[in-house]
Design a protein around this ligand. Sequence first.
Ligand code: NAD
Length: 257
Amino acid sequence: MKSCKDPWISFDGSTVIVTGSSRGIGRATALEFARLGANVVVNASKSVDEMLKVVEEIKAIGGNAIGVQADVSIFEDCVKIVNESLKTFGSVDILVNNAGIAIPAMSWKMDDDVWRKVLDVNLTGAMNCIRAVLPHMIERRRGIIVNVSSIAGIYGLIGNSNYVASKAALIGLTRSLAMELSKYNIRVVGVAFGFIETEMTAWLKEPKWRERYLSRIALGRLGTPEEAANIIVFLASNKASYITGTTIIADGGFGQL
Ligand code: NAD
């Protein structure tokens, strides 16, 4: 019989890739997985110093981690993330597609490059990592994929049609892949966050925007990266074993209040 001291969630012996984990939600997620026993693969495309700092933070709490510099919008880079993970830890059990960017522009002013770049990172980047890891997960008949979406993909967001399209597409991708992959014992889940306090939402520090958005959040505040990490970790855990295909909303009660 299990002791009541057993942790509610444990990832002992599992390996997780968290894309875009040099800061923000990804960093908090990498740290939480490590705290719960997982080997963690930290990733960033550009902020290498920040990425290596996260690796050090994980080692400082007694965890195992490596950092892999890679741009998820390039398929070969995602293969590199998976290969490095396998070389160091021997398996990949969980993939968290967290890397994301926003480049705001009104649709009628959005040039091809700005449209493409956001779709390439947020949507194709997730699919690139999924395609890179699937042969391994399918062979092992074991895997969990968490796609980080946004409530912007559900409600829309003025001046961000590229971002919104990418996050809405992730919700469909999650549903479709879950249907394809359940026979291989692979769960695919999504989480659509509301407003989380990170660099991406630095514009919400401006009082005009802050007041406007906080008035629409039932909890009256932004979420923290640690709160976001808790939800990702839960979805990737055995406690969420009956959840697949769904994108869970975690937005502090966003609405027309
Ligand atoms: P952030 O800007 O703080 O962090 C983004 C991370 O992605 C960084 O580590 C960055 O280095 C990495 N990254 C960017 N482009 C990359 C690429 N091409 N390849 C690899 N890594 C790359 O943002 P955040 O707020 O922590 O956002 C994390 C995820 O959560 C994103 O997908 C974002 O869309 C989503 N999200 C955020 C919010 C929010 O309010 N902050 C809300 C909903 C969804």
